[in-house]
Design a binder for this molecule. Structure first.
Ligand SMILES: [Zn+2]
Length: 111
């Protein structure tokens, strides 16, 4: 009696083991649970040329304007403008002239 129960339990265990291994292997061979949904797609909605154009655009430094601001510059703003317009002539660049005036008025520079 005991040997029969043990044999039956062993048979059931073997059947469950084989079924698990077989079904797991079949699923792996099928591959449905391992392949991501986007695999195999080679196209996206953005073209390579569009990406290059965007990269070139974003890598360019922002354009600076040389027209004077319509308001008075603070000393830190004037310092930044002077650095930004280092190569400009203050007689031709309104920003540099305004920065110069602001720094001169604040007593930071003397002419
Ligand atoms: Zn300038």
């Amino acid at each position: 009696m005991n040997a029969t129960v043990l044999t039956c339990a062993l048979c059931i265990a073997i059947v469950l083991f084989v079924a698990t291994v077989y079904l797991g292997g079949a699923r792996r061979l099928n591959g449905s649970d391992h392949v991501p949904a986007h695999a195999g797609r080679t196209r996206s909605s953005v073209s390579v040329e569009a990406l290059f154009v965007r990269i070139r655009t974003e890598m360019q430094p922002p354009a600076i304007t040389h027209v004077a601001r319509p308001r008075y510059l603070t000393v830190p703003e004037a310092h930044r403008e002077m650095l930004r317009h280092t190569d400009c002539d203050f007689r031709r660049c309104g920003r540099k002239a305004a920065a110069w005036d602001a720094l001169q008025t604040a007593g930071v520079i003397r002419s």
